[in-house]
Design a protein around this ligand. Structure first.
Ligand SMILES: Cc1ncc(COP(=O)(O)O)c(C=O)c1O
Length: 441
């Protein structure tokens, strides 16, 4: 029998970023009765199996009646291997025009297996040799860090500052990297209700970021799975909507706005790419080559489900998610009010426990005066019956972090109340433990 060691496999496989999602899923699996304030999953109560059949029918009818496909072409589109860049690109382009005010050629869209594949395709394409470097606002989505590891692309963290990105730190990072002979290729950002921080960039910050990216000649990778869930706040234009010089690669996900089980996302890559033979095409076409060797194409049946939903909703998912937006906004308010009730001293200005107050999205970050690590999470799940995410998973340096992320997306009001009671019990016990230790010293 052949026995391998991880030293004989890709170095990333020993990296904590690649263990992160599995570890968190495992803890949740071990404690199924624990209240789920960890997962950034969409609310399940509105899902109905019957919808899937209706979406499939609607998409097939769209192909035959709207696009005039004969029966065999409808069958082939849904049953067969298909176009690598996808079969719902026109609908996605219309969706982007309606919901985001983004006008793009459908040919610049690659429909992917979730946004996660889109991230991977872009990083794979940008990483040419060991000089390349990615910048990313820190803390950042662990799926970005893991994908970067897999393509051997180092990530230089950029401070988030007060406005979602510290532009001075971004410029410093770019210049330091260049001075050291590195090639900063892009900066990964989530301007709307970032995962995990919940922070958003205001309009001036978005404008300045585009200017800096232009001046410094780097791409921006804009990831936007939470933009539709803006609570009562006014929606701000995406960077892509403000992008006049094709500086922004836009990463989209249907996981929260349609359903995660289809695993469908997309990337808008309208950057022009000159080939060695002098022809000029789109970055999307280069990404499509990578995709053809990774997943061949995104399952057409999954695309048809999303396509059917888009057809049913006249391509606007903003309106289609009115109920969901209200649920998430209500849950977020309940979490924030619930924290204030349970940690009144914090609300009165004590620095013991504090938290962010995002206007929308799924996430709240709670800062505490003790280290929050995986063993505390296990203890929380086992002894207190509540799951959350240690913020350590969203930093790349392995340093101890005194904060945790709460997600409010997949729970009911009653579960939020019980979950926060349990979290308060855990925090109270930890605070008493710290105090007792201090008194002993
Ligand atoms: C910021 C961010 N980007 C990308 C993804 C992955 O999206 P998808 O499920 O479409 O692959 C997630 C999932 O939670 C996310 O939070």
């Amino acid at each position: 029998m052949v026995e391998l060691t991880t030293a004989e496999l890709h170095g990333a496989l020993e990296d904590s970023a690649l263990n992160s999602m599995n570890f968190l899923n495992e803890v949740a699996g071990h404690y199924p009765d624990a209240i789920q304030l960890a997962a950034g999953r969409p609310y399940e109560e509105f899902f109905d199996v019957a919808d899937i059949h209706r979406y499939l029918r609607l998409f097939c009818r769209h192909l035959s009646e709207k696009l005039g496909f004969p029966d065999e072409q409808v069958r082939r589109t849904v049953f067969q291997y298909g176009r690598t860049k996808g079969v719902i690109h026109d609908l996605v382009a219309t969706n982007l025009a309606l919901d985001e005010g983004v006008a793009v050629d459908p040919e610049s869209i690659v429909v992917t297996v979730g946004c996660q594949e889109a991230i991977f395709l872009v990083l794979r394409a940008l990483r040419t040799d060991e000089r390349d470097l990615l910048l990313a606002v820190s803390p950042t989505y662990v799926g970005l860090t893991g994908a970067a590891r897999l393509v051997d692309l180092p990530v230089r963290p950029v401070a988030s500052g007060e406005h979602g990105i510290d532009l001075d730190d971004l410029v410093r990072g770019i210049r330091q990297a260049r001075a050291a002979g590195r090639r900063p290729r892009a900066c990964y950002v989530m301007p709307d209700f970032a995962n995990p921080s919940g922070m958003s960039m205001d309009l001036p910050a978005r404008r300045r970021l585009l200017e800096v990216a232009g001046d410094e000649n780097i791409l921006l990778l804009e990831d936007n799975p939470y933009g539709l869930f803006h609570g009562d706040a006014e929606r701000l234009p995406t960077l892509k909507a403000m992008d006049e010089s094709r500086q922004v690669v836009y990463l989209g996900s249907f996981a929260k706005s349609v359903l995660p089980g289809v695993r469908v996302g997309y990337v808008v890559a309208d950057q022009r790419v000159a080939a060695a033979d002098g022809t000029v095409g789109l970055l999307a076409d280069q990404l499509s080559k990578i995709k053809s060797m990774l997943t061949v194409n995104t399952a057409p049946i999954a695309q048809a489900v999303v396509g059917g939903k888009l057809v049913e909703q006249n391509c606007s998912l903003a309106k289609a998610n009115t109920r969901e937006r209200a649920v998430y906004a209500g849950n977020l308010r309940r979490v924030l009010d619930g924290l204030a009730q349970r940690f009144p001293h914090a609300a009165n200005g004590s620095a013991e426990v504090s938290w962010t107050a995002p206007a929308g999205g799924f996430f709240v970050v709670v800062t505490v005066p003790f280290v929050v690590d995986d063993s505390l999470l296990e203890r929380s799940a086992r002894d207190y019956g509540v799951l959350w995410t240690p913020m350590r998973h969203f930093y790349d340096d392995g340093a101890a972090v005194r904060a945790l992320r709460l997600s409010c997306s997949t729970v009911t009001a009653t579960e939020i109340d019980a979950g926060l009671d349990r979290l308060a019990a855990l925090v109270g016990d930890e605070l008493r433990r710290i105090q007792a230790t201090a008194e002993l010293l």
